[in-house]
Design a protein around this ligand. Structure first.
Ligand code: NOJ
Length: 548
């Protein structure tokens, strides 16, 4: 199977641009009753580092548009683009100064429309990254809000008087370290900010904020976007009385400072669910998907699916694979618990990496990263794949004088920095990302893993991803079928996927010794040789077997 195989499938399934949700993707396997995103694979683009079309060293929308064929060939169905809105870039786009425009570094609204049209024409959906918890301090709303205590927009953000000693109103800590409050000299109050001082928290208890933010979502739905990833959704409502958070006794030096307290009152408040339901209502009228970024234990995560009367987001991001230790027993347990906890009708999803967390190839090593690819793409539920993981990129080395990430700059040297997972994608042996000087350096060790070199190499990680995605899209049991028999046998994680009488078995060897395997036909191996052994599962090998 080569990328031609993949292209053939795309042509079969996506011969024409889609006009309605039912037309996208694998029409052969998606019934019209099934939402498009259940059978889809999402690919996260970090736009600053994907492809630069104008030589300024920062990736842009035209760069993405130029590379859509690469994504179609890969076999994904939807792209989620990290924020592209006007921003001072204090947090590289997660500080939005205008929710309804495009930052000139990325292009224009017209460029966005072209990208969307081109993507749709080849059957790719486009998700934007909506940042509801906070805006930039340069947003006109905040400029007005901070201008005086009686400005009509004062209450659009969260302002509190100082504590009696003049310090912050409570003990809440920013996710990036330090107090979650910044004092405003001019008006003598603190504003809440869960991240940087440049990211003031919006006050979602104010109905005008809700209306304005939903209008911003409407703006993009009106242009044709297919959904949103919702940044830190569990953060957006804070306890109305601002009580201190409980102290975390397990805090130790070397942890991020945010862990000094449990975020009991500053996050995950019950009122968030009515807001998610409003957003969901809006998304559903556009056949769009909402993916919520939520880092919470499984039982709490499940509440973000909402209830029958008030459905929440379609896909509360499931970060189990990001947080798991890489052993078969733990993975089996996490998969089983997650599946068992899903509410009726709740569709699962899985994530292996993103722009905030160490890359999978670094976490588990390059051999096991191939096994991880098979795991991500054979579990039940919508997978999200992070740009560069399909090349097996490890975390990049970023020299100290090139560090950009505000998180690393604020809490240096304890492994919290995110630059290593945000460096430019290596398209060729020379880089091929930009004709200019890239905003973050390309790690020399990434150059040999470039797209061009991997494209025609049957043993490459890219070829493995293409094969897995092609098989998934052509195989109802793998795309949307049932899962059962999840268990660990020594170092081997195993489970079955089935659709009616058709049954596949997945065997993943997380260890370094060969073990005898079930006798059924091997459909796909992660082994670079491309051929399965008839009797044995090799060390660090994943196999998909056709059982019936
Ligand atoms: C989560 C995003 O993924 C991260 O990159 C960002 O810094 C914070 N939210 C703040 O928006």
């Amino acid at each position: 199977m080569t990328s031609d195989f993949n292209r053939m499938h795309r042509e079969t399934y996506c011969a024409e641009p889609f006009a309605s949700p039912e037309r996208i993707g694998r029409v052969t396997i998606v019934s019209s009753a099934q939402p498009w995103w259940e059978a889809a694979t999402i690919y996260q683009i970090y736009p600053r580092s994907f492809a630069d079309s104008n030589g300024d060293g920062v990736g842009d929308l035209n760069g993405i548009a130029d590379r859509l064929d690469y994504l179609a060939d890969l076999g994904i169905d939807a792209i989620w683009i990290s924020p592209i809105f006007p921003s001072p870039m204090a947090d590289f786009g997660y500080d939005v100064a205008d929710y309804t425009d495009i930052d000139p570094r990325f292009g224009t609204l017209a460029d966005f429309d072209v990208l969307l049209t081109k993507a749709h024409a080849i059957g790719l959906r486009v998700l934007l990254d909506f940042v509801p918890n906070h805006s930039s301090d340069r947003h006109a709303w905040f400029q007005q809000s901070r201008s005086s205590r009686d400005n009509p927009k004062r209450d659009w953000y969260i302002w509190r008087d100082p504590a009696p000693d003049g310090g912050p109103p409570n003990n809440w800590i920013s996710d990036f370290g330090g107090p979650a409050w910044t004092f405003d000299e001019a008006t003598g109050q603190y504003y809440s900010r869960a991240f940087l001082p440049e990211q003031p928290d919006l006050n979602w208890r104010n109905p005008h904020v809700r209306a304005a933010m939903l209008d911003a979502m409407r703006f993009w739905f009106g242009r044709g976007v297919d959904g949103f990833r919702l940044d830190v959704l569990w953060h957006i409502v804070k306890h109305a009385d601002f009580p201190d958070n409980p102290v975390n006794d397990a805090y130790r030096d070397g942890m991020g400072e945010m862990h000094r307290v449990h975020q009991l009152h500053s996050t995950d408040q019950p009122e968030v669910h009515a807001i998610a339901a409003e957003m969901r209502d809006l998304a559903d009228t556009h056949g769009a998907v909402l993916v919520g970024e939520i880092y919470l234990p499984v039982p709490k995560l499940m509440t973000y699916y909402g209830s029958a009367n008030a459905p929440g987001v379609h896909l509360p991001f499931n970060f189990q694979l990001i947080e798991a230790n890489w052993n078969a027993a733990e993975l089996a347990q996490r998969i089983t618990e997650y599946e068992a906890a899903l509410p009726p009708g709740g569709w699962p999803n899985w994530v292996l990496g993103n722009h905030d967390r160490p890359r999978i190839a670094t976490r588990v090593g390059s051999a096991q990263a191939r096994v991880a690819a098979m795991l991500l793409l054979t579990l039940r539920g919508t997978p999200t794949l992070y740009q560069g993981d399909e090349l097996g990129l490890p975390d990049a080395q970023v020299p100290p004088d090139r560090v950009q990430d505000p998180r690393e700059l604020r809490e240096p040297g304890i492994g919290l920095g995110r630059d290593p997972v945000r460096t430019p994608l290596p398209w060729t042996g020379e880089g091929g990302f930009s004709t200019g000087d890239p905003w973050l350096p390309i790690d020399p060790k990434h150059l040999s893993l470039n797209v061009a070199a991997q494209s025609d190499d049957p043993a490459s990680m890219l070829t493995l991803y293409r094969r897995l995605l092609a098989l998934r899209r052509a195989t109802p049991a793998l795309a949307t079928g049932a899962i059962d028999g999840v268990k660990a046998e020594g170092d081997v994680l195993r489970y079955d996927r089935s659709d009616g009488p058709t049954r596949y078995r997945i065997l993943l060897n997380l260890g370094d010794t060969a073990v005898p395997r079930d006798p059924a036909d091997a459909i796909l191996t992660t082994d670079p040789s491309g051929t399965a052994d008839p009797d044995m599962l090799r060390p660090a090998e994943g196999l998909i077997l056709k059982v019936s």
